[in-house]
Design a protein around this ligand. Structure first.
Ligand code: SF4
Length: 415
């Protein structure tokens, strides 16, 4: 690799680290004769950084030059940073070389906007097209769909990429206008809507005509920056829910605002809101896999997620009248709501109780975390649970480990 490309790689991979929407799940592109790689090598190339971000893909920007001036973004026009831009060929060569060495399982490619939206999008598409058609590359490709790009380019991108993401960035249009004056929701929803329709259309066609080509088989995702603007968790989760329901998004990613900017349009934070980001992911998980509605997690009375408790425990403690449930009679939906019971455990409970009444021992074997669940369930054993406990007391028990840990850290700091 020549020195200039190396330097570009340093600049443009560093600039890409703020985009968190890069999980490679959901695609199943197999290798072909004379082709290179596949995108479903589970366990081979996935790895995550300490803060949970996926690093198994070559994650870069095509350029960090940008004609826009979004206050929360390190690449914004007014920021004084070192700039660089790859050529189409450089990105193609890097991807192929890194893939052959098994450094990566695919490519995550985003970009600042040089010249105009379509000019940038056309280059992103060319890279994906060249990888797929010239190099028969079957690894994973995640492309950023630039808000406002033409339907033709978005369509072409869908033919070569596994996943596309259009970033909503800010959870309300009013705030978006303040911090990113050149952007608006209409331009963001335009490619998003196009993709929703096209993904669905291709899926339907595929059931009738098997030779129909793949179109963004891993669907589309988006990212919201959290903490740069004043929206509460209720607004954020309502928006995410809407994106899952209306736009059929595969994932919504929440990126705690990293205070990189001295721009007075965004707050000066000491550190990114990491705990809030984590709670939003937990809440999102409850919505997608645990049949939770947004207003069960946050609502007008409790518009913010509890930072001390995970959202499922917070829900259970806010609704003591719904507990305890008897695991031998409760519905699957009710069992899913018990802290300490995961989706797999809930399914196993429903199946195991057909063969006899369940006791705490059975639940333990099934994988239920009894130290949490015991406050919210009854079963064939009478004595084990600690029902009747005040939610405040249970809250203290649940939050004690983190407090103890904080105390321990303090002791070790001063000890
Ligand atoms: S358009 Fe994208 S790259 Fe450009 S400043 Fe805004 S967020 Fe950053």
């Amino acid at each position: 690799m020549n020195e200039r490309v190396k330097e570009k790689l340093e600049i443009l991979s560093d600039a890409a680290k703020y985009d968190v929407s890069c999980s490679s799940s959901g695609s199943n592109r197999k290798n072909t004769k004379g082709g290179l790689g596949n995108s479903n090598g589970v366990g081979i190339c996935h790895s995550y950084t300490e803060d949970g971000r996926c690093v198994s893909l070559l994650k870069i920007l095509l350029t960090n030059h940008c004609i826009f001036d979004c206050a929360y973004c390190v690449s914004r026009r007014s920021n004084d940073v070192k700039r660089a831009a790859f050529t189409v060929q450089e990105v193609v060569d890097l991807t192929i070389n890194f893939y052959r060495r098994n450094y990566i399982e695919g490519l995550f490619l985003s970009s600042g906007i040089f010249k105009d939206v379509d000019y940038t999008m056309e280059r992103l598409v060319r890279i994906a097209k060249e990888l797929r058609t010239k190099h028969k590359f079957n690894g994973y490709i995640h492309l950023k769909a630039i808000p406002g790009a033409s339907d033709e380019l978005i369509h072409e991108a869908g033919l070569y990429a596994d996943r596309l993401s259009v970033n909503l960035e800010i959870p309300s249009e009013m705030s978006l206008k303040k911090v990113a004056p050149e952007k608006n929701y209409k331009e963001v929803y335009k490619p998003m809507n196009y993709l929703t329709g096209a993904i669905q259309g291709f899926k339907e066609e595929k059931t009738a005509i098997r030779s129909t080509p793949k179109f963004a088989p891993a669907g589309q995702s988006t990212q919201m920056v959290i903490g740069a603007t004043p929206e509460n968790d209720l607004t954020v989760l309502n928006l995410a829910d809407n994106l899952y329901q209306q736009q059929q998004l595969k994932r919504v990613y929440y990126s705690g605002y990293v205070p990189i900017s001295s721009d007075n349009r965004v707050p000066t934070l000491k550190q990114p809101p990491v705990i809030r980001e984590n709670r939003l992911y937990q809440a999102d998980w409850l919505m997608r896999f645990y049949e939770f509605k947004v207003d069960e997690i946050v609502n007008e009375v409790h518009p913010e997620l509890d930072l001390e408790l995970d959202p499922k425990a917070a829900y259970a403690l806010r609704n003591p009248h719904l507990f305890p449930i008897d695991v031998n009679n409760a519905t699957y939906h009710e069992i899913l709501r018990v802290p300490g019971v995961g989706v797999r455990s809930a399914k196993k409970i429903v199946s195991a109780r057909r063969h006899g009444k369940l006791r705490f021992d059975n639940l333990k074997k099934i994988g239920v975390v009894l130290k949490r669940a015991r406050f919210f369930i009854t079963c064939a054993d009478k004595e084990f649970n600690l029902l009747g406990k005040d939610p405040l007391v249970i809250r203290q028990i649940f939050t004690a480990p983190s407090r103890q840990k904080a105390g321990f850290n303090q002791l070790s700091l001063f000890g």
